[in-house]
Design a protein around this ligand. Structure first.
Ligand code: HSE
Length: 315
């Protein structure tokens, strides 16, 4: 009988420009590790959370109701009528609040671990829906782009009505250059950066975004990193959010001038992501982004990474 499951789930970038809440790409930059254990001990703290306890030394909420992984475990425990007590051990690797799917990595790992621990044999769409519940803890609303990428690895396209997620294998030569600014981010950053997005859009803007989004999918299908990069163009969400990132335009233009194929905000920011090819001068692109941030006196870390193949489960 399995009593202990450990899952390592990757960071991710969402939106890829025009694919707001629809596109996600798993990144092998960082990983969160969640270990779920069955316990017979009755855990009486955190009412009404009988049976769920969080153990971590990291800076994340210890109350399961406020914690991404805790919310997922609670929801799955109720949905699948699991009586056993559960301990959740959390090791955060994905920096929280920087647009790299930190909450999603924990949520995805928790959903996968739960599925394995109780031998539920859930399909991927159900797992993604369960993991999406955890996003509520940080974003205020459920969105599936990051959790789908973290759960499935590779590039994902999320459709919500009716719910379905498609995974595509990224081109082998696709490399990402992430510029992570050394900024103090507010606790509910995703909620804040979602509040600045327009509620309605012009049809002509929608057409531009739709055509770019369609060509990003074509690029993944055709394994054409240039086409993906050229299509990373967003005339709706990026213009509404860029003022939240000091030096954004400079960072983006510098990276494009240094040869990046496409540049945009990573998820809800404030990290900026450049889509590149292995054969390019990635150091130069990274340096140019660093210079962009330093022009507004903001330090930044540059991470050059590849798409991630997905999570690893150990029972
Ligand atoms: N699609 C989401 C957003 C991702 O842009 O708000 C948040 O990580």
């Amino acid at each position: 009988m399995v009593t202990n499951v450990k899952v390592r789930a990757p960071s991710s970038t969402a939106n890829l420009g025009p694919g707001f809440d629809v596109f996600g790409l798993a990144l092998d930059a960082f990983y969160d590790e969640i270990t779920l254990s069955k316990t017979n001990k009755s855990i009486t703290t955190n009412r009404p959370w009988h049976g769920v306890r969080i153990l971590t030394t990291d800076d994340v909420p210890k109350d399961p109701q406020q914690n991404t992984a805790g919310l997922v475990v609670k929801a799955m425990k109720q949905k699948f009528k699991i009586k056993s007590g559960i301990e959740i051990r959390i090791k955060k690797g994905v920096p929280a609040g920087f647009g790299m799917g930190s909450s999603a990595a924990s949520a995805a790992a928790a959903a996968l671990a739960f599925n394995k621990l109780f031998n539920l044999k859930l399909d991927s769409n159900t797992l993604i829906k369960c993991a999406g519940i955890g996003e509520k803890a940080s974003a205020g609303t459920i969105h599936y782009d990051n959790v789908a990428a973290s759960l499935l690895g590779g590039f994902v396209v999320v459709k919500t009505k009716p719910f379905e997620v498609v995974r595509l294998e990224p081109p082998k030569n696709l490399v990402l250059c992430l510029a992570v600014p050394q900024l103090k981010v507010p606790k509910k950053k995703t909620k804040i950066s979602r509040a600045v997005i327009p509620k309605t859009v012009k049809l002509s803007d929608l057409t531009v975004n739709l055509s770019n989004a369609a060509n990003i999918v074509s690029g993944f299908l055709l394994k054409d990193s240039d086409l993906i990069g050229r299509s990373i163009q967003d005339v709706i969400v990026e213009p509404a959010r860029k003022h939240l990132i000091p030096g954004f335009s400079k960072v983006k233009n510098n990276a494009l001038n240094a040869g990046a194929l496409g540049v945009t905000i990573s998820g809800a920011g404030p990290s900026v992501i450049a889509f590149c090819k292995k054969s390019q001068n990635l150091k130069k692109i990274g340096k140019s982004m660093e210079k962009g941030f330093s022009s507004v006196k903001v330090g930044c870390d540059i991470i050059i990474c590849k798409p991630s193949a997905g999570p690893k489960i150990r029972a």
